[in-house]
Design a protein around this ligand. Structure first.
Ligand SMILES: Nc1nc2c(ncn2[C@@H]2O[C@H](COP(=O)(O)OP(=O)(O)O)[C@@H](O)[C@H]2O)c(=O)[nH]1
Ligand SMILES: [Mg+2]
Length: 197
């Protein structure tokens, strides 16, 4: 199990935020890589099943462990993606702003996510905002508002809004988690400043 050492100030609480990324080919992996490693590669590889990525961030006095499940957009993996959805706190529905078909495809996921009441935060994300948008932002915003989702557009390529997106996710989920002790990851009492995520 991975451990890490927190230098002098130990955050008071450790929260794990499990995010599942869903949607057709829209730059999901690129967003995850941008967030975790702050880089972008033009050449991408098809995601098979799902890929797990993790990043820790100190937000105020808390340590937030983002666990990001980047799923395959391929329809043949839909059942696998649904399994990851079951364990997630946050569903991130990603479409490509240059491809209306990827936006239409997301409506299927909106229905699936809505039926799963364990996911308490859903974010709608239009990626590739560095390119001319074909999907109208107003239409996307209307969809988000009618289903209680947060909406934003990002660019994994330039990095625009990606960090802010994850900060918003943390803000939206932590307020709920702070009132529910089940979400807390215990900090070892024996090794005060070593945290096992
Ligand atoms: N211009 C541009 N291209 C992107 C962006 N994000 C991803 N791509 C490209 O879109 C393609 C698919 O990206 P990928 O992350 O594999 O999509 P996924 O199937 O949803 O995981 C790749 O060629 C990426 O380089 C972006 O923000 N802007
Ligand atoms: Mg992928």
């Amino acid at each position: 199990m991975a451990c890490f050492y927190v230098e002098s100030t130990v955050p008071t609480k450790v929260y794990t935020v499990r995010i599942v990324m869903l949607g057709a080919c829209s730059g999901k992996s690129a967003i995850a890589v941008r967030f975790v490693s702050d880089r972008f590669e033009e050449k991408s590889f098809k995601t098979v099943g799902a890929v797990y990525r993790c990043k820790k961030m100190e937000i105020d006095d808390d340590l937030v462990c983002f666990q990001v499940w980047d799923t395959s957009g391929n329809a043949k993996y839909t059942e696998i993606s649904k399994m990851y959805l079951r364990g997630a706190h946050v569903a991130m529905l990603v479409y490509d702003v240059t491809k209306p078909s990827t936006f239409e495809e997301l409506k299927r996921w909106v229905d699936i996510v809505e039926k799963d009441d364990r996911v308490h935060t859903t974010v709608l994300v239009g990626n590739m905002q560095d390119l001319p948008s074909v999907v109208d932002d107003e239409v996307a915003l209307a969809l988000a508002q009618s289903h209680g989702m947060h909406f934003t557009t990002v660019s994994a390529k330039t990095g625009q809004n990606v960090h802010a997106l994850f900060l918003t996710i943390a803000t939206l989920t932590l307020s709920k988690m702070k009132t529910d002790q089940r979400y807390l990851v215990p900090v070892s009492s024996k090794f005060n400043n070593i945290i096992n995520p």
